[in-house]
Design a protein around this ligand. Structure first.
Ligand code: FEO
Length: 396
């Protein structure tokens, strides 16, 4: 993969991964991804911003050879996760003069995860600057996007902000910069939902800081570069806000049709009331699509049959992930059907206990729903409508 010019003396030297379909052995990647590394050539020093996934290190080394780079002074490690730091050992071997530049916390992690020698890591404080001659790097500590050691690097003279995972998108594309905004918006929203959503409050503080900088280009470490930073900044401002939409996300599994019948009734009843509904039958759900739906929804309904005395394992898995993702939900409803007993509702309440949302109803139905049960589902839809109106969200 040839290097690509971002600005004068600044090159993309990353790698596209068209075929990768899973990240962290957990997150679906329907559109592949990229690992963006950037080379910055000052008139006195040369810096590399992040590296690439270990599987793509040869690509990075080829790009550096194509640019005839004989010396690298600094390898800036904005983040210790291996999809960006994994190539550092090979770079240090190929460029023996290079020092790694990282936050103190990142240094610890790089030593633990990659066994990097301590003496080759230079730590930088928040706001510290590093001169490359005619170019200056400024480091902005930005912990918890999405690990505790993360930082952003700002190239002052050219107003380029290298944000690593923040503002990224898992999208393999031949476009170096955003060309199709609709495509990138969807991929960036998926990325936010799957990776950044639990850190919404922290990101809000980081955005305030970023607004103080003059930024012409945002260069993340996954997906295309933003030459109009307002596009992604506005999207993030919306996603991290406290505003919720008039939408209900339903996650469910139905083994013999009882839970499915209740959910079908609920979907109709909500739609009749003008409420947006996104039902996810977990037997056919991409967990990333579910995460995206949770970015804006006001209400979550979790519906499960009772299996071996508790929720269906697929529901328990989804509930665990939802709890970890910390979406800005306001309301939760739990529904179960059972034949001879169990602790489904109790276990779901425990699994979702990290969410700051009110459980407005817990419905337990024995066997196949009777007419009175379905009428209760209609009343539930009315209750959800009332709750949405109480917090001032408008009907579609
Ligand atoms: Fe793209 Fe947190 O690594």
């Amino acid at each position: 993969m040839a290097p690509r010019k971002v600005a004068k003396g600044v090159y993309w030297v990353g790698a596209l991964d068209w075929d990768r379909r899973l990240f962290d052995e957990l997150i679906p990647l329907p559109d592949g991804t990229s690992y963006n590394a950037y080379l910055i050539q000052g008139d006195r020093r040369v810096a590399l911003i992040d590296t690439v996934d270990p599987s793509k290190v040869e690509r990075l080394l080829d790009s550096l050879r194509d640019l005839n780079i004989e010396r690298i002074d600094y390898v800036v490690a904005n983040h210790a996760e291996q999809d960006h730091s994994g190539g550092i050992p090979e770079i240090l071997e190929a460029y023996p003069e290079a020092s790694v530049v990282a936050t103190p916390r990142c240094r610890e992690l790089l030593m633990d995860l990659l066994h990097l020698p301590e003496e080759r890591i230079k730590t930088v404080e928040d706001g510290e600057q590093l001169s490359l001659g005619d170019k200056t790097l400024e480091f902005i500590h930005a912990p918890w996007v999405h690990w505790p050691e993360t930082m952003l690097t700002y190239l002052r003279e050219q107003r380029i902000l290298f944000t690593c995972d923040l503002f990224g998108s898992h999208l393999a594309t031949s476009d170096l910069s955003v060309r199709d905004e609709g495509e990138v918006y969807e991929a960036a929203k998926r990325y936010y939902a799957e990776i950044m959503m639990p850190f919404r409050a922290v990101i809000r503080r980081h955005l305030e800081r970023i607004r103080e900088l003059e930024v012409d280009v945002i260069a993340p470490s996954h997906g295309p570069i933003y030459r109009d930073p307002s596009f992604i900044l506005k999207a993030y401002e919306h996603w991290i806000s406290d505003e919720v939409e008039n939408e209900v996300v339903i996650v469910y599994v139905s083994m013999h049709g009882s839970t499915g019948e209740m959910i079908a009734r609920l979907v109709d009843a909500l739609m009749e009331r003008g409420i947006g509904v996104k039902p996810f039958n977990l037997t056919v759900t991409d967990i990333g699509e579910l995460a995206i739906a949770l970015v804006d929804a006001a209400t979550l309904v979790v519906a499960s049959p009772t299996v071996l005395g508790g929720p269906h394992p697929s529901i328990l898995y989804a509930a665990h992930i939802i709890n970890a993702l910390r979406p800005k939900l306001r309301y939760i409803v739990l529904i179960t059907s059972y034949a001879w007993g169990g602790r489904t509702l109790k276990m779901l309440r425990e699994t979702l206990s990290g969410l700051q949302a009110e459980i407005i109803d817990s419905i337990e139905i024995k066997g196949k729903a009777r007419e009175r049960d379905l009428e209760r589902i209609d009343r539930l839809a009315e209750e959800i409508l009332n709750k949405h109106q109480e917090i001032g969200i408008k009907e579609e």
